[in-house]
Design a protein around this ligand. Structure first.
Ligand code: ZN
Ligand code: ZN
Length: 394
């Protein structure tokens, strides 16, 4: 395999040692959801020390926003760059010298690296300001759980900082170092949650004819739900329906439960498919329960929407990546993933694009042995700088 064309920003190279150190420091001190006080303080301190024009803390509870004005402002343009700061409730198993010092908390999704790479870019942008417009660096809490992206948008992120376009980046294990992947349209799925309560008639497990067996109805419902993807939705569209928990209201060997609760998740890439799945799913559950003399209560909750890249901004993102690693190291039609990402809330508020940067061979995201690869810092930081300077040229 050929190596990527080395067009890494020469201003990033001397900072890689510092950026790596910030990354490992954040890695040692992972914080969950909105409780990212140490990380947010570190980010705000750094932004101030770089000379950012404005640093605002507490946006969307614990988010941090830095404003960097270019050498010129005549274009009136303003681009937002977003990183996430939160970790996961996982016990780290890497045994790295800089492994998590917080038992049961771990940066297993590489948000430590995302934060450090954007800080590195912010330092270069502050020092050189080679653009006409404003760059807004966004550090959000609660990406994994708690919809911090939505919280920041609801707190007026886009209006308060006059952001016109917004971009996000995530590392991708097992995509080679020095590669990027992006696409127009959906790149990550919508994640919806499903709670079902099936009610029947409990009783003695030895006399099922006197009962309405909720457990058997639950089994029929689980099975019937798999017909949605295979029989109701166009096979060319993507749908996942997974039931992940079945809980009867007793824990005995000989009682048919009065109620059974099911939990699950639904993943889709397109809003129209999401609507269709919700409708079919409701019918299938209700009708299946009814067929056996039971009833169902359904709570379908739309959680994170699909992450849908806008056409023009996806092209801008792909061009910025090509300028760093060369044409052949950018896949501009990467297959979408069925995971979800709360950058989607920002993309629903402003046009923009989400890109993947290769993390090289590694354990998968959210695995106790995952580690962000420091070799990719040069590519990630350079990408952010290129994106700003190319979108708002002097
Ligand atoms: Zn994650
Ligand atoms: Zn993540």
């Amino acid at each position: 395999m050929s190596m990527p064309t080395n067009e890494v920003d020469a201003r990033v190279t001397p900072l890689i040692g510092d950026i790596t150190q910030w990354r490992r420091d954040i890695h040692q001190h992972p914080e969950l959801e909105y409780d990212v006080h140490r990380t947010a303080a570190l980010v705000a301190d750094k932004l101030r020390s770089f000379g950012a024009d404005d640093v605002v803390e507490g946006v969307g509870r614990t988010g941090v926003v830095g404003v960097i004005r270019g050498r010129a402002s005549g274009s009136g343009l303003c681009v937002g760059l977003r990183a996430d700061m939160d970790a996961l409730p996982i016990h780290e198993a890497t045994e790295l010298p800089y492994a998590s010092k917080e038992g049961g908390k771990m940066h297993a999704c590489g948000h430590d690296g995302h934060t450090a790479m954007l800080l590195g870019a912010a330092q270069v942008l502050c020092e050189t300001r080679q653009f006409d417009g404003t760059a807004v660096v966004i550090f959000q809490p609660a990406e994994e759980l708690g919809a911090g992206g939505r919280e920041m948008v609801n707190d007026g992120l886009m209006e308060r900082f006059d952001i016109q376009r917004v971009y996000g980046m995530h590392n991708l294990p097992n995509m080679p170092v020095g590669q990027f992947g992006v696409r127009t349209g959906p790149i990550m799925a919508a994640a919806d949650t499903l709670d079902i309560t099936i009610s029947g008639k409990g009783g003695h497990a030895a006399m099922p004819h006197l009962c309405v067996d909720t457990m058997l109805v639950a089994a029929e419902v689980i099975s019937a739900l798999q017909h949605i993807a295979s029989r109701h939705i166009n096979p060319l569209e993507s749908v996942v329906v997974s039931i992940t928990s079945v809980q009867g209201d007793n824990d005995s060997y000989n009682v048919i439960p009065q109620t059974v609760k099911l939990k699950g998740t639904v993943r889709t890439l397109l809003p129209a498919v999401q609507d269709a799945v919700e409708l079919h799913l409701t019918n299938v559950i209700n009708q299946t329960a009814k067929a056996y003399g039971a009833s169902a209560e359904i709570n379908y909750k739309r959680d994170y929407p699909a992450t849908i890249n806008h056409d023009e901004e996806a092209l801008i993102a792909a061009d910025a990546a090509r300028a760093i690693v060369g044409e052949s190291h950018v896949d501009d039609n990467i297959a979408p993933m069925m995971g979800a990402e709360d950058f989607s809330f920002m993309l629903n508020a402003r046009p923009g694009a989400f890109i993947f940067v290769g993390n090289g061979e590694s354990a998968s995201l959210h695995h106790p042995q995952y580690n962000f690869n420091d070799d990719i810092i040069q590519f990630g930081s350079s990408y952010w700088i290129k994106l700003v300077e190319a979108s708002m040229p002097l």
